[in-house]
Design a protein around this ligand. Sequence first.
Ligand SMILES: O=P(O)(O)OC[C@H]1O[C@](O)(CO)[C@@H](O)[C@@H]1O
Length: 368
Amino acid sequence: MRTTPPELLVGTPGRYAREVFHNRHPTLIERVGAAHPYAAAQRAALGALLDESLTGVIGRLPDDAPDLADWDAWDRGHFGRPWADAPFLWAESYFYRRILDAVDYFRPGPWQGVDPFRPMKDAELVDPDLDRDFAWVADLPAEPTDAGLATVVQAAVFGNRVDLSFRMQEPLDPTAPDELLVDRTAFLADALAEPGPVCIVADNGGREIMADLVLAGWLLDTGLADRVTLHVKPAPYYVSDAVASDVDAARARLGRAADPRIAVRTHAFWCAPLDFHDLPADLGADLRGHRVVVVKGDLNYRRLVGDRDWDPATPFADAAADLGVPVVALRTCKSEVVVGLDRATVERMDAAEPRWRVSGRHGLVQAR
Ligand SMILES: O=P(O)(O)OC[C@H]1O[C@](O)(CO)[C@@H](O)[C@@H]1O
């Protein structure tokens, strides 16, 4: 019987979680403040949140928070305890929720519903390089070939390469080669041997959701899928995570009409600080209504396997939550968590590139 390793914690010296809190979050808070004409009280709240998260104890949401009951249920005893002692996944998720509180996202008034990350997300979609980056779409085969599937899957993997929260810290080297460390694309082909409904648990907007829409459209057009459900976040999260309006914006940027075969859904759980082992029953039933579930991105990967100090040679199926439906994870490695690698690959990567687990250069197509 395999023992489950401990959760990664925010404050462990020398570990990635601490870097995210101490190096990335100050930049993030500064950029959010600079992007909007917020009132003094909102700026003060952003600054206070940053200070609290670096040295203080975890404060509760205010009494008027509409999701207070959710967070009381998700608390797990962390409120009132030092941020440094909290699990990385829990604390990072709550940090993003507290940003929304600081900028009055849920409070009646002029800032209600204003996405604090919107200017950063919009800037990505006006990048003229996007046309060149997606030129390959015109050459996709009309038939469901292995090569076509590999192309759309890899675009969906590497569309995840550089999200906006990640860009706060890791410099993007456009000349760096991308590499798939594990490639179970054939598992997806097998799962879709009979056409069926496909669920994509989306991650970022911008380039990534554009690639996800291309993947969805190609699966539908080639008859591999008969409908696609895109699950997006219910509120702004992790800077660039897609909410429903980001799907619309990406569709428009691709020059595509709305496709009635693609449904957009959400669930409060997608912004919860918990992993897929805690999936609520209604969401689990929704996912099981599909032939296969495609789980996108680094954060969803951490949630799928558990944000723990895994031995990278742990079999993927031992770590990944059993959702009762075939699951394919498409992710570039942008945090320390990784499983399902063979020892030789781990040794090769450790020797070649000290930051390979977090550099965003290496991709995974894993399945169970
Ligand atoms: O957008 P993605 O692929 O989920 O990546 C976001 C990742 O960036 C981080 O915020 C910092 O690495 C991680 O915590 C998170 O897993």
